[in-house]
Design a protein around this ligand. Structure first.
Ligand SMILES: Cc1cc2nc3c(=O)[nH]c(=O)nc-3n(C[C@H](O)[C@H](O)[C@H](O)COP(=O)(O)OP(=O)(O)OC[C@H]3O[C@@H](n4cnc5c(N)ncnc54)[C@H](O)[C@@H]3O)c2cc1C
Length: 380
């Protein structure tokens, strides 16, 4: 892909690749084992300016673009999927606050960029996952405040965030037409964090339920126009999906590199297992589909950077990449034989981590729905 990248993108990619090899990958097993937010590594990403990579310079960012954020994500996630996951949140949050925020919201951007503040986003509820419009959390107007009441599920960074972007309805009846978004500082009375979820993988994300018990926030905390948050969230999901796809791609690359090395070293029947065509073909398919995934991701990212709509392309990139990742990380584990099933080899962790990419930022069934609707509209 170097042919398509600018010299600045190549320099940044190589710098992040070094950081991922030297700092992230060696810490990955401990993050997985301890399941605690690795604040030092998070600050390390911030120190490199990576959270503002797609943010314009006049807003304090690096002034590059979504394509570059995808390049960076692939490198970070190649070091550790969970750290890639952590990278996505501040990148998406600064873009959201910059695009829709007033002074109250924008005051958080420098703190997000330097890693001193941690964001979270709360859309999902126990009974409203794929069906976002089914959410029950309400925001009632009371004088110069909104009163937010409800409970959110699966909040990534819920245990450590300084503020959370809460999506809530002004009345629960009207489908997705009256959802607004509110920045809620976590030190406000009534904000409660649940216990951390025991996740299969992606440890260190401090994922938990959060409840909002009549939490009062000033009118100025509403992000963007009233009742427009569904549209805002969907637009933000497009970038989120490209980042999740890049994250899955980075994890697949790590599994591929390990499988290729293992296939050279491991001998059976008097020869390296990599001499067997069955193993070679698994590696060949991995290499081919990783390249195809990267092309899909970067095609969508470039369209986005050029101001084009990408709902279909982002869904296709996320669907293809995360399904291919699940398949090929499983094959990489298979190439390790019994060893792959043990915690001595990181492919076991990657296998657990990568599964999440098919589930969140819209499940892959929902991605197919988006694609199906888009191609129906395109049909002549
Ligand atoms: C580790 C983790 C972190 C998360 N972080 C966040 C976060 O920070 N903020 C946040 O708001 N949310 C977060 N989520 C929630 C995540 O976005 C949801 O889990 C996801 O959207 C799916 O919702 P659900 O789990 O309720 O599944 P459901 O919507 O109940 O889906 C269950 C199954 O039914 C299928 N299905 C549902 N509807 C349809 C349909 N119309 N057609 C076909 N199939 C369908 C789904 O594809 C899935 O296979 C996180 C989840 C996890 C596991």
């Amino acid at each position: 892909m170097d042919f398509f990248y600018s010299p600045e993108q190549i320099l940044l990619r190589d710098t992040v690749r070094r950081f991922a090899r030297e700092r992230i990958a060696p810490a990955a097993a401990a993050i997985d084992r301890d399941d605690v937010f690795p604040r030092e590594i998070y600050r390390g990403l911030a120190d490199m300016g990576l959270f503002g990579v797609a943010l314009p310079e006049e807003a304090g960012g690096v002034g590059m673009d979504t394509t570059t954020a995808c390049i960076v994500m692939e490198e970070i996630a190649c070091g550790a999927g969970a750290v890639g996951n952590m990278y996505a949140l501040p990148v998406e949050s600064v873009l959201m606050l910059h695009a829709h925020g007033n002074e109250v919201h924008k005051a958080w951007i420098p703190k997000l960029l330097d890693g001193s503040a941690v964001p979270a986003t709360a859309v999902t509820e126990a009974d409203a996952g794929s069906d976002v419009a089914g959410m029950r959390t309400t925001a009632r107007l009371d004088g110069d405040h909104y009163v937010i009441h409800g409970a959110k599920a699966w909040v990534t960074f819920g245990g450590v965030c300084d503020f959370v972007l809460v999506f809530a309805k002004t009345s629960p009846e009207h489908g997705n037409h009256n959802i607004s978004c509110y920045l809620v500082e976590c030190d406000r009375p009534g904000v409660r964090r649940g216990a951390n979820e025991h996740l299969m993988g992606m440890h260190g994300l401090e994922d938990c339920e959060m409840s909002f018990d009549n939490v009062r926030v000033p009118l100025a905390n509403r992000l963007g126009p009233e009742n427009q948050a569904f549209r805002m969230a969907m637009a933000n999901f497009n970038v989120g999906r490209l980042l999740m796809a890049s994250m899955a791609l980075g994890m697949t690359r790590a599994a591929f590199e390990d499988a290729q090395r293992y296939a050279r070293d491991r001998r059976q029947f008097g020869q390296p297992i990599g001499a067997f065509q069955a193993v070679q073909f698994m590696l060949a398919d991995m290499a081919t589909e990783m390249d195809a995934a990267r092309l899909l991701i970067h095609h969508a990212a470039r369209l986005h950077d050029a101001g084009q709509p990408i709902a279909k392309q982002a869904a296709q990139a996320k669907l293809f990449t995360t399904d291919m990742a699940m398949k090929h990380v499983s094959n990489a584990l298979q190439i390790h034989g019994g060893a792959g099933y043990s915690r001595h080899f990181r492919v076991e962790r990657i296998f657990r981590d990568v599964k999440l990419s098919q589930i969140y930022e819209g499940t892959n069934q929902i991605q197919r729905l988006i694609i199906a609707r888009a191609i129906e509209k395109e049909a002549v």
